[in-house]
Design a protein. Structure first.
Length: 173
């Protein structure tokens, strides 16, 4: 897993372990579970969380597509889904340009549940020129559930991630 904050889609299989080929003498490859580094599962989970949750969230915020943003959250299992949707609507109405960056710090899974700790940075430029741009950096913890269409967020903290009152004004002029 690379450490820089993600600001765009990852390259396919970047840094992913390669499948081992059988030896030249035709002997079968050894069990890859013995050869794989211990963080392979975490790396694979991180890749899945990026694909299913963080990239759609980043793209949705950048394009201000509320439907896409909300699609990463499980409406039926998430307490406060309606409040979150209102926060996202208010945020998008306030800011015309949103830059969302992330970096997965940790990802663990057990059966069809997972958790991920993610460093998130958001910068937002307001519609009104008289307003000052805003910035928020936060370490967020996502609780996820595997569903047929991929991982979905069932809870996260801080829940007020998109609340307008939590963004600090930055004078970038």
């Amino acid at each position: 897993m690379c450490n820089p904050l993600h600001a765009g889609p990852r390259q396919a299989n970047a840094g992913a372990p390669q499948q081992q080929e059988p030896s030249a003498k035709g002997a079968p490859a050894q069990d890859t579970a013995e050869q794989a580094p211990p963080d392979d599962d975490a790396s694979n989970l991180s890749d899945q969380v990026i694909q299913d949750v963080l990239e759609p969230l980043r793209t949705g915020m950048a394009t201000q597509n509320i439907k896409q943003v909300m699609s990463v959250f499980d409406k039926s299992q998430m307490t406060g889904y309606g409040d979150l949707e209102q926060q996202v609507h208010a945020f998008v109405r306030q800011y015309q340009e949103i830059h969302f960056r992330y970096r997965i710090l940790q990802a663990t899974a057990q059966n069809d549940h997972a958790s991920s700790t993610v460093e998130i940075d958001m910068d937002a430029m307001p519609y009104q020129a008289s307003m000052i741009p805003a910035r928020r950096s936060v370490q967020a913890r996502f609780q996820l559930k595997q569903e047929p269409k991929g991982w979905r967020v069932v809870s996260f903290s801080p829940f007020d991630l998109f609340s307008l009152s939590n963004y600090t004004e930055t004078d970038t002029r």
